[in-house]
Write a protein that binds this ligand. Structure first.
Ligand SMILES: [Zn+2]
Length: 200
């Protein structure tokens, strides 16, 4: 067995061409917000947030490196697993969890303190795989440790009501305490990085 068989070349959160999202027929709830016309209990999380549907067929077709598979992102982000191999993300007691982000340290002093991220954390072994797989990371990247990174909300498609049913109004980032979350079809979990330090 070679080293490459231990770690996948395609990050687990990457969507494959056989995994096209199915928005499904959305309807307006009488009290406001959206629902699937044929909704089942698995369509919402414990907080009552409605999630985008997508078939699970990793490895089938071609990897779509610019696209994230919603259910896998939600699982690895929720459990602080590695975005590439879905094993435990690298963590230590002193500095917290390891993350790999596009290098934006010139955006504001103290970056990435307090930044919302959709990228799940990573393990040390998978750092080079993630960089190879992502054009943006090939351009620039920063390894970061965040001591805490609470789950704060979701990124998804915001809908608005209309006489003919809900209409997509664009991609939005919404905290769990925002009432607008009833109008969002969630696609990715968001965590906020706190006590974060750039390693390179
Ligand atoms: Zn990994």
């Amino acid at each position: 067995m070679t080293a490459t068989t231990h770690h996948p070349r395609v990050p687990c959160i990457t969507a494959w061409s056989a995994e096209q999202s199915e928005t499904g027929p959305l309807v307006q709830c009488p009290g406001g917000g959206i629902a699937y016309a044929d909704e089942t209990t698995g369509d919402r999380d414990d907080r009552g947030v409605l999630w985008q549907r997508a078939p699970s067929a990793p490895g089938q077709g071609a990897p779509q490196f610019a696209a994230v598979h919603s259910a896998r992102q939600r699982q690895v982000m929720g459990e602080l697993l590695c975005q590439v191999c879905a094993g435990p993300a690298d963590q230590n007691d002193d500095d917290g969890t390891l993350w790999l982000l596009q290098d934006r340290r010139t955006d504001w002093p103290g970056w990435p303190q307090g930044m919302d991220v959709t990228e799940p954390p990573i393990c040390v072994h998978c750092l080079p795989i993630a960089i190879r797989a992502c054009p943006a990371l090939r351009e620039s990247h920063a390894a970061i440790r965040a001591f805490t990174a609470p789950i704060v909300g979701i990124r998804g498609t915001l809908y608005t009501p209309s006489p003919t049913g809900p209409v997509a109004a664009g991609v939005s980032v919404v905290d769990f305490d925002n009432p607008d979350i009833r109008w969002v079809l969630a696609h990715q979990l968001i965590r906020t990085l706190h006590q974060a330090v750039v390693l390179n």
